[in-house]
Ligand binder design. Structure first.
Ligand SMILES: [Zn+2]
Length: 465
């Protein structure tokens, strides 16, 4: 497999540290607000990477953090703690905020068929790990205490800017928001631990060898990754906005702590943009997957739209583009589900198309070409329907677009059957046969179908699978 590596600035052959195994870490959400669809595009990119590696036969272990403390409103050490901002806005405790937005995040994450990583760990549950790392960094002189806080000293490294080469716009842009902190030896030094809190009444505080305090944002990803995935990481993923300062700082502190190279491949997704520029939480209503759904869109047509473009290219979001994607997606699903289930599996054709599909993904996750292979397959008259179905079902392990809808006809039949029973019950009630009417209601309830009587008539809801 070949993959673009931000560290080398080129497409590299992927060689894991241990043959056949991949340790993958991806930065998770800061749960102070909803994740907008731009964030979700990033997670779809990680999901495709994760599933492609598995499809190619790697044994993948993936970890992701949930940031519930320490992330300031700028990615550098300025601004307010995002959780504190949310507390003021919503008059709730930090943990209530974190719980609410973590649940909301995973709801949307699952709606676009992203697979939950094996390890999901909130920042607040690994405080001991950060303290252990910071103690060693202090001892080895990579970190210093100043004004009560603990900072990482970037001048101790020859190659602090290894991800950006220092000339990148990413650095300049991020620099603008770095506030003058007279405690720092170098302005690009970053906080590992806030001991004398910058903020009055910070809710989340832990005991540390340096007094009560709380961790900086960057240390949590290094801490969680090393704790759960070990000292040698294969791939670290995030959005392009994480390259600087977040991932740059992760490398600085992790490698200084470990004393060797930490992660070989750095994977970054480009932004989803709207007509006004980068999607952001600060502009008016937050456009989430759930909002798209409320507006009548299938979340998977958003996923389909994302897969139509390369993860390293900016993608323009507009409702026109989404309408188009939804139409194309619906047509595709309809076409696939009109394939018959007859015939024998043609193993040669299966292998031929499966190889083509893999080749696209192995080429730096070219999902739009992978979709083109799917269309080519549908048009190929030399492949029987059974083989097409098997292939598409296999491709969908990566694409995760629910392309084969086995239950469509079953669901349809169920619906018809229930409507018939509702009609029978209505008739029974009319004939004052309440025993029969109640029997129908109870029988359906036992099957997990609850009837709801309203003035307009009877509807139903499925209360269990
Ligand atoms: Zn991170």
């Amino acid at each position: 497999m070949k993959i673009y590596n931000t560290l080398t600035k080129k497409i590299d052959d992927f060689i894991p540290n241990e043959e056949g195994k991949v340790k993958l870490y991806t930065c998770g959400p800061t749960v102070y607000h909803y994740a907008h669809i731009g964030n979700i595009r990033n997670y779809i990119g990680h999901d495709i990477l994760d599933k492609t590696l598995r499809y190619l036969g790697y044994d993948v272990t993936r970890a992701m953090n949930i940031t519930d403390v320490g992330h300031l409103t700028s990615d550098s050490d300025s601004g307010e703690d995002k959780m504190e901002v949310a507390k003021k806005r919503e008059h709730k405790s930090a943990m209530e905020i974190a719980k609410f937005y973590t649940d909301a995040f995973f709801e949307d994450f699952k709606k676009v068929n992203c697979k939950v990583p094996e390890i999901v760990s909130p920042a607040t549950e690994n405080i001991d790990q950060y303290i252990k790392i910071i103690e060693k960094l202090l001892k080895d002189d990579y970190a210093y205490i100043s004004g009560g806080n603990i900072y990482f000293d970037i001048s101790k490294l020859d190659n602090y800017y290894c991800l950006t080469n220092q000339d990148s716009n990413l650095v300049v842009g991020a620099r603008d928001s770095v506030e003058d902190d007279s405690n720092k030896r170098n302005q690009a030094d970053f906080v590992l631990w806030f001991t004398t809190s910058k903020f009055e009444n910070h809710e989340l505080l832990w005991d540390s060898p340096w007094g009560k305090g709380y961790p900086g944002w960057h240390i949590e990803c290094s801490g969680i990754s090393i704790k759960y995935l070990g000292e040698y990481l294969d791939i670290h993923g995030g959005g392009v906005d994480n390259i600087f300062p977040h991932h740059t700082n992760e490398i600085a502190q992790s490698e200084s702590y470990l004393g060797h190279k930490w992660c070989n491949y750095w994977f970054h997704n480009e932004h989803l943009i709207d007509e006004s520029g980068k999607m952001s939480k600060s502009k008016g209503q937050i456009l989430t997957v759930s909002v798209l759904e409320e507006n009548g869109y299938n979340p998977l047509s958003f996923r389909f739209m994302c897969l139509g473009s390369h993860y390293r290219k900016q993608l323009l979001f507009s409702y026109d583009n989404l309408d188009q994607a939804q139409n194309t997606y619906n047509k595709l699903v309809k076409k696939i589900n009109s394939l018959s289930t007859d015939g024998e599996l043609d193993k040669d054709k299966f292998n031929e198309y499966d190889s083509k599909f893999k080749e696209c993904l192995e080429n730096d996750l070219n999902t739009s070409n992978a979709l083109a292979v799917l269309y080519e397959l549908l048009k190929d008259n030399d492949v029987n329907d059974k083989t097409k179905r098997e292939l598409i079902s296999s491709f969908d392990k990566v694409l995760s677009l629910d392309l084969i809808q086995e239950n469509v006809s079953e669901e349809h039949n169920l619906d018809e059957e229930i409507l018939k029973l509702i009609e029978e019950r209505k008739e029974a009630k009319k004939n004052k046969d309440f025993q029969k009417a109640d029997q129908i209601r109870d029988d359906l309830l036992a099957r997990g179908i609850k009837l709801i009587d309203t003035r307009e008539g009877t509807t139903y809801e499925v209360i269990k699978d």
